[in-house]
Design a protein around this ligand. Structure first.
Ligand SMILES: [Zn+2]
Length: 413
């Protein structure tokens, strides 16, 4: 067997394609193996549109990066014809070893996609010796193609949450299929608020889903989400995720602490003490700060105790009990914060809580665990790390899909 035949066998080449020449470039480090492919001069090729065998019109040379040949980088070069199809005009033929427009072979891309499941793009790029920008283009392509195939006909409940793509910059809103245990992310889109909900409705429709069959939506307390859900998912009830209730009051406590710290010295350890709470305060100063806040008249201490009441509501076993506890909570808090300007952030959180009370209480009737949305935070962090090196919104979304969307085989066999 000639070496050309061995390479042709390895590449799975079939007529009219054949290996024309081979050359090992030892000037380069690592060494490069260049294989030139060609077709029999004047041979017919199938039209990429209809498959009809047509005569070549002209040729153009292309180069693809292929899997390493042992330790050497390997490149394929071929003169690829355009054919004259009577129905489709002059068209570039599709070569069997690469997808149109890519500068990598299919086998190379397959390796990239396997690695992309496990490691950051920047790591793969330095491992295979190319740029992460080019790899992202490949990964984005396969993930988008796999996302096009997902079936949402069974979706009856979804949750949504937003995150910053970069600190303080652009936002991405992520939608998850509630009731799906593994890989629940079904859509992610740039932006936050109203418009993203409409985009999800369109996405749902184009993947076999029915907006009018959606019965429950779990979200935060943003007014624009609630209004948009009413508009686009007419049968759906909104449930506020408990995680967001806690977050609302955590932020209020922090705002009070910052304002108070400008007026007087707070006990050492206050910041993390009030964030973590009595049960999880780790260090001695944190625990002592909490004790001091209990005994002295700090506004931060009052705000902290208000937040801690949420645990008591959360432990209610029925929705009636939760309603009763919430009403008590509101009365208790109003009394505590009255006439104290430093506690304005808590007053604001209370108004939000009251406004969304029915949606908050809906969680006691909900079929879906709310822990799911909280778990998204870990996912966002992982996706950010995975997109490291080349970080824009599209890549961030791709990584979210790659990690948590129901996409199986990324490369169709
Ligand atoms: Zn044709």
């Amino acid at each position: 067997m000639r070496t050309e035949d061995i390479f042709a066998l390895g590449l799975g080449l079939t007529p009219p394609w054949q290996i024309v020449s081979q050359r090992l470039d030892i000037e380069k480090v690592p060494h490069e193996l260049h294989l030139t492919l060609g077709s029999v001069r004047g041979a017919s090729h199938p039209c990429p549109q209809c498959g009809r065998m047509c005569k070549p019109h002209d040729y153009q040379e292309f180069t693809w990066r292929h899997l390493n040949f042992f330790q050497h980088y390997c490149y394929l070069t071929a003169r690829v014809p355009r054919v004259d199809c009577p129905d489709h005009g002059t068209r570039r033929v599709t070569v069997p070893w690469a997808r149109p427009g890519s500068s990598f072979t299919l086998l190379f891309e397959q390796v990239v996609m396997t690695l992309a499941r496990e490691m950051p793009v920047a790591t793969i790029a330095s491992f295979v010796g190319t740029t992460d920008k080019r790899l992202c283009r490949v990964i984005n392509h396969y993930v988008a193609e796999a996302m096009n195939r997902i079936d949402l006909s069974a979706l009856e409940a979804f949750g949504l949450d937003e995150t910053a793509c970069r600190r303080g910059h652009r936002y991405v809103t992520v939608f998850i299929h509630l009731g799906r245990e593994e890989r629940p992310v079904v859509f992610a889109t740039e932006g936050k608020g109203k418009e993203t909900v409409k985009r999800f409705r369109d996405h749902l429709r184009s993947h076999g889903g029915h907006p009018e069959r959606v019965l429950e939506v779990v979200s935060d307390m943003s007014g624009s989400f609630v209004a948009a859900v009413k508009e686009h998912f007419p049968q759906a009830e909104v449930t506020v995720d408990w995680f967001h209730v806690v977050q609302l009051f955590t932020m209020a406590v922090d705002a009070v602490r910052k304002a108070e710290a400008r007026e007087r010295a707070l006990p050492v350890g206050t910041r993390w003490g009030v964030l973590k709470g009595r049960e999880t305060a780790k260090t001695q100063p944190q625990a002592e700060a909490l004790r001091e806040l209990e005994t002295e008249a700090f506004a931060t201490g009052v705000a902290y105790r208000v937040k801690e009441q949420l645990r008591w509501i959360r432990r209610a076993e029925t929705s009636q009990a939760a309603r009763w506890r919430s009403t008590n909570f509101l009365n208790y808090v109003r009394d505590k914060i009255e006439g104290e300007p430093l506690l304005a952030p808590v007053a604001k959180a209370i108004r939000t809580f009251e406004k969304h009370l029915e949606r908050i209480l809906a969680r006691w009737q909900s079929w879906h665990t709310n822990a799911r949305l909280e778990g998204l935070n870990g996912l966002f962090q992982a996706a950010r790390a995975r997109a490291r090196g080349y970080r824009n919104v599209a890549n961030f979304i791709t990584m979210i899909y790659l990690i948590a969307a129901p996409i199986g085989d990324l490369i169709k066999k």
